[in-house]
Design a protein around this ligand. Structure first.
Ligand SMILES: [Zn+2]
Length: 424
């Protein structure tokens, strides 16, 4: 099942990519001697590369010489907020913008996200439903950005996690949560996000504050499922997660305080984890934003338990997926937040091949779009990145990605395949 609504996508390029090493994320191997033929934005065929620069003669497609680069599928970031406003002066400026300002700010972030190799995102709480306009604008080719799957506003109890911003909708009681789900779906939501516990950025709560009742979670999850939408939950403590998993929750965000027991339940139920490890190891970034001390302390203080939770999830065989939470394009310890997150996922226990899969094919499967993206295969969108080193050896290779293609159209090329464009 593909989640939510199907947005048409106008970016449809043609090309034949040659002189490359194809990164097969499904098998975890690099394949040499192949060329990728792209027509109407889709990978039409993967064919032997005969080494000529003339194309394969019959195709008539423009040939891009990739200079021996590793070509991998575009990344998929499952925890994105283009309109994220954390406490502090930078967040306050965003909070003071009108809807037009927010939309433009988000469009800029979307373009930069795409240029950093992220060709699909899952948005999990955006302000003012501007995400739906942005999805439409990107799909129509008016602005550049990744393909968007979005939850619209996140559903939260009165005073709950994130309640003070326009990217949440307050609900209380089962009926209001059902209404909240329907309200987001009416607006165009592809999935539903619920806040079932406290978190790092809420002043009046702790990470372990449970916030939704069983009835509220049951109403949200059953209503969403009845309408064909998956549900993900911002969640810290194990007890409330166990309850939500029992009710059919599809995905856990953060999972700061998991236990081995709840991890086993998640694995059995097929509930994925988007660990967002970066949010408890972001001191320099928080300083840059002027985030207050109480939040910094809570964030960094949760770090050790967060990693222990992540390791338990890996041990239990939970499906883990890439999600940065922080703006995916933001310069972060010498790279982007998404690449830094992949490095953390790798450093704390996931092998390099599974790490790359957690940022490509595994999210595509969760979204139900793995017949369209997530790996390089015939019939899938030509959403590709290129880099000089092998990302199956280390995710740090992604620090040097220098080429991004979306739907067969080159959207970034630092001089690899075509003379001189782009930037970041
Ligand atoms: Zn978040």
């Amino acid at each position: 099942m593909q989640v939510g609504v199907v947005t048409s996508f106008e970016t449809k390029g043609h090309a034949e990519l040659r002189n490359l090493r194809l990164v097969d994320v499904e098998e975890g191997v690099v394949r040499a001697g192949l060329a990728i033929r792209i027509r109407d934005g889709v990978i039409e065929a993967i064919i032997p590369d005969d080494g000529s620069s003339e194309g394969s003669g019959t195709s008539g497609l423009p040939v891009l010489d990739m200079g021996g680069a590793f070509v991998a599928p575009g990344l998929i970031n499952m925890h994105t907020h283009f309109s994220l406003s954390l406490p502090g002066p930078v967040g306050e400026r965003l909070e003071s913008m009108d809807p037009a300002g927010i939309a433009l700010y988000m469009a800029d972030g979307a373009r930069r996200t795409l240029h950093n190799g992220v060709t699909t995102v899952r948005c999990v709480a955006e302000k003012g439903h501007a995400d739906f306009a942005l999805r439409e604008a990107i799909g129509s080719g008016w602005v550049q950005g990744p393909r968007i799957y979005t939850a619209g506003r996140a559903l939260v109890c009165t005073g709950g996690h994130g309640h003070s911003s326009d990217d949440t909708m307050e609900c209380d009681g089962a009926d209001e949560f059902a209404r909240g789900v329907r309200t987001q779906i009416r607006a165009g939501a592809d999935l539903i996000k619920i806040m079932i516990s406290g978190g790092i950025a809420g002043e009046h709560e702790t990470i372990s504050t449970p916030q939704l009742t069983t009835d509220e979670m049951a109403a949200a999850i059953s209503t969403a499922h009845a309408w064909g939408r998956k549900v993900t939950a911002h969640a810290g403590p194990a007890a409330v997660i166990a309850e939500a998993v029992r009710l059919g929750l599809d995905c856990v965000e953060h999972g700061y305080e998991l236990t081995a027991e709840v991890c086993r339940a998640m694995a059995e139920n097929g509930t994925a984890l988007v660990p967002t490890l970066i949010v408890t190891r972001s001191g320099a970034f928080f300083d840059e934003l002027g985030v207050p001390q109480w939040m910094q302390q809570r964030s960094l203080g949760a770090g050790e338990r967060h990693i222990a939770s992540y390791r338990m999830a890996l041990e239990a065989g939970v499906d883990v997926l890439l999600g940065s939470d922080m703006p995916p394009f933001w310069p972060f310890e010498g790279t982007s937040a998404v690449v830094r997150e992949l490095e953390h996922m790798h450093d704390f226990g996931l092998d390099a091949a599974r790490t790359l899969r957690a940022g490509t094919l595994a999210p595509a499967r969760w979204l139900g779009i793995d017949d369209q993206t997530g790996s390089i295969a015939e019939g899938k969108w030509a959403d590709l990145i290129a880099l000089p080193e092998d990302p199956l050896a280390s995710p740090s290779a992604l620090r040097d990605l220098d080429f991004v293609m979306q739907g067969g159209v080159v959207v970034r090329d630092d001089g690899r395949a075509t003379p001189g464009t782009e930037e970041r």
